[in-house]
Write a protein of this length. Structure first.
Length: 308
């Protein structure tokens, strides 16, 4: 079974929706590390939310959601691009003890210092162009509410989210009021009413129903009385874009002295990717080469400068 994201639209109502079911991808994310249950829930919900929001990206690129927690959960990262290629990981504080019923605040905002950042990173950035970053205030007790508030404030878009995740699946639903609906006869009141109606219907969805029901059934069960236009489904997939070159760049940024000391001590650096689990080994020769290349470039530029 492929993972699926289903977009739909309420005819004559100016409301759009999406349902997403992430199972294969979610299994691959979970296979890297043994997370406590409460962490699985929040990482899964964030993964579903990231697919729902990325499906409406207006550019080719990646949406990166990052939460830097101040409690037992130090970091959550979910990346999803316009093709719905997803990777995600979480990092716990050393010796973190996390109970199954830990709340979102317990995990990431225990001292009011948690930070949630959404970055939109286009593929075709011009040299020097920065990715767009938005700070998402942690002002709700669930990922859904926090993102709903953020969408309202940053995009002025009425958005409702339902998210759920367990050991096998992450599912989510999004409803969004379209900013300008073209219908000549529809008034502001009509549109507000249509939006309210969609939200009332959506709100009959219960958490365990979302966890246990496939999205095709959910779509029918929730909105069977509405005239709904359904689009071709899209298919989220796990994909990690780590490479040996990127790891090399990261090591280079740490500095030659730092790396030499480390490789001297350990004999070999074994860097592993938190997203996909791939290992990259750098022995003394590899490490030396990281910096030789730099020296060569510098030497070349000195030579070319001295020619003038
Ligand atoms: Zn990787």
């Amino acid at each position: 079974m492929q993972d699926s994201l289903q977009k739909f639209m309420f005819e004559h109502a100016g409301v759009r929706g999406e349902l997403v079911e992430i199972s294969n991808t979610w299994q691959q994310i979970l296979s890297r590390q043994n997370y406590p249950q409460a962490v699985k829930t929040i990482l899964g919900e964030l993964t579903a939310a990231s697919a729902l929001l990325s499906a409406n990206l207006k550019f080719d690129g990646t949406m990166i959601m990052q939460i830097h927690g101040d409690g037992p959960l130090k970091l959550l990262v979910v990346e999803c691009n316009d093709k719905l290629h997803i990777r995600a990981t979480a990092k716990l504080a050393p010796d973190a003890v996390i109970s199954d019923d830990a709340t979102l605040a317990d995990l990431i905002h225990a001292h009011g210092q948690g930070r949630f950042v959404i970055t939109l990173d286009p593929n075709d950035k011009l040299p020097g162009q920065q990715a767009y970053q938005g700070i998402v205030p942690i002002d709700g007790d669930s990922i859904a509410v926090i993102i709903e508030n953020y969408m309202m404030r940053s995009e002025q878009l009425d958005t409702k989210l339902w998210l759920a995740a367990d050991d096998t699946v992450a599912r989510g639903m999004l409803l969004q009021k379209l900013p300008k609906h073209g219908g000549i006869e529809s008034t502001v009141e009509d549109e507000a009413e249509a939006w309210n109606r969609a939200v009332v219907l959506g709100s009959t969805l219960k958490q365990d129903e979302l966890l246990t029901t496939d999205i095709e059934t959910l779509l029918h069960r929730l909105f069977w009385e509405e005239t709904i236009r359904v689009f071709e489904p899209q298919h989220p997939e796990f994909h990690c874009n780590c490479t040996r070159e990127k790891v090399g760049d990261m090591l280079r940024m740490l500095g030659e002295t730092e790396i030499n000391t480390a490789v001297e001590e350990l004999g070999k650096l074994d860097i592993h990717c938190d997203f996909c689990g791939k290992h990259y080994g750098f022995d003394k020769v590899d490490c030396a080469q990281l910096f030789v290349a730099n020296t060569l470039v510098e030497a070349t530029s000195i030579v070319s400068q001295s020619k003038h």
